[in-house]
Design a protein around this ligand. Structure first.
Ligand code: ADP
Length: 283
């Protein structure tokens, strides 16, 4: 059962079946079940349409990268997955549906707070709370009413180990998270995200403010996390997509142009627009 719905809803799509443009809808890696399924999504900010008829099936426990020029809708789609766009007044879905674990995330049964526990997010600029490292990790659990010190201690250690940060901070857990370096702060934010045991971690340009060494640590971490979590990463950095993702979706002007294994996107893309972008002809 999915914890973010009051009851499981395995509602079949109300619209026609998925169109037969498999390259754009699901990647050719079919070894994993689908975790996030977007069907014919149109998305608007006021009258301006940011996403056009986007359909994509994102597999579980893999890293999926969203690439494309600035303004093509990558972050908008990412923010749909945990309904962050609900917080933007003018934002609205025109048509389409997003299902996570088979649940329509906009159904009235869905508890948005519980959804966001299942679908964690790491932002471009690391944003630790102005609290201790320990409290940064335990914050989400304490909101859930978990106060048992032993449990909290265990989660702190497990999450910091999971985010490859434990050895660097274990002797200063009660000092401010803001005292860490930029790269450590970003890993602290990842530790905070995994502390509540989400299924999915969304990462919106998580390395764009980091130096190359901190970037490579976060990229290594992404590799370590992917067996346990479904990761979707927006990146402007094509080398990064190449290094850390299993499959890549290329967006252009609010449309999903192509979705395939990362290696294929970068060596033998099916669409000319993808090729033009990855070879630097625009963007
Ligand atoms: P990307 O992540 O590919 O750079 P975005 O999803 O951020 O693209 O933006 C897609 C389009 O939506 C752009 O035209 C952008 O200006 C617009 N947009 C993004 N956020 C907002 C917002 N909060 N209000 C109005 N328009 C927005």
């Amino acid at each position: 059962m999915n914890s973010y719905a009051t009851e499981p809803r395995m509602k079949p799509p109300e619209t026609a079946p998925m169109p037969q443009i498999a390259a754009a809808v699901e990647s050719d890696d079919q070894t994993q079940p689908t975790m996030i399924e977007v069907e014919k999504l149109d998305f608007y900010y006021g009258k301006s349409q940011a996403l056009h008829d986007v359909s994509i099936k994102i597999p579980a426990n893999k890293v999926t990268a969203f690439i494309g020029p600035s303004g093509c809708g990558k972050s908008t789609l990412l923010r749909c997955f945990n309904r962050m766009n609900d917080l933007v007044d003018v934002a609205r879905i025109g048509n389409g549906q997003i299902r996570i674990h088979g649940v329509d995330i906009h159904h009235s049964d869905v508890d948005v707070i519980a959804l966001r526990r299942q679908v964690g997010m790491v932002f471009q600029k690391s944003n630790p709370f102005p609290k201790s490292i320990y409290e940064n990790i335990t914050y989400g659990l304490q909101i859930q009413g978990i106060t048992d010190r032993k449990i909290l201690d265990e989660v702190v250690e497990k999450s910091l180990r999971g985010a490859a940060l434990w050895d660097e901070v274990k002797d200063r857990l009660h000092t401010s998270g803001l005292g860490l370096s930029g790269g450590q702060q970003q890993r602290l934010c990842i530790a905070r995200a995994i502390a509540v045991e989400p299924s999915i971690i969304l990462m919106d340009e998580p390395c764009s403010a980091l130096d190359p060494i901190a970037t490579s640590k976060v990229e290594e971490l992404i590799q370590q996390l992917k067996g346990k979590f479904t990761i979707v990463i927006v990146t402007h950095n094509m080398q990064q997509a190449g290094r850390c993702s299993d499959q890549t979706a290329f967006f252009y002007l609010g449309k999903l142009i192509e979705f395939a294994k990362t290696e294929k996107i970068f060596t033998n893309p099916a669409q000319k627009q993808t090729e033009d972008y990855i070879t630097g002809r625009f963007g």
